[in-house]
Design a binder for this molecule. Sequence first.
Ligand code: AMP
Length: 114
Amino acid sequence: MTDCIFCKIISGDIPSTNVYKDGQTTAFRDINPAAPTHILIVPNKHIDSVNVLGSDDESLIGHLFTVAKQLAAQEGIADGGYRLIVNTGEGAGQTVPHIHLHLLGGAPMKHSMG
Ligand code: AMP
């Protein structure tokens, strides 16, 4: 999608601090980190949100979690604990309409859903 900021990051048109890339996904550091480790794991294919996922996307979404697991180990936060978040829709705080997994860790987190 031409006006999608994450599509532009994936294509290299907008700079980012990439930490992982393969044929299905790109992972890069969040520009406004909410934790010492804050990485966004994004499918290379444009999908607006969880609301429009199709059954043919299941293996792709599973792959995002496999990449998250690898990156958590690489970042040294696997044992200490980390949080994976997918905001869906404006009311949940989704600001970029290209589905993405937030990987957050490196500091103690409160058990809060709000
Ligand atoms: P969400 O609010 O769940 O849609 O998450 C979007 C995230 O993208 C936010 O945490 C932003 O800080 C982050 N973000 C926006 N633009 C960029 C960018 N150019 N590079 C890296 N992260 C970005």
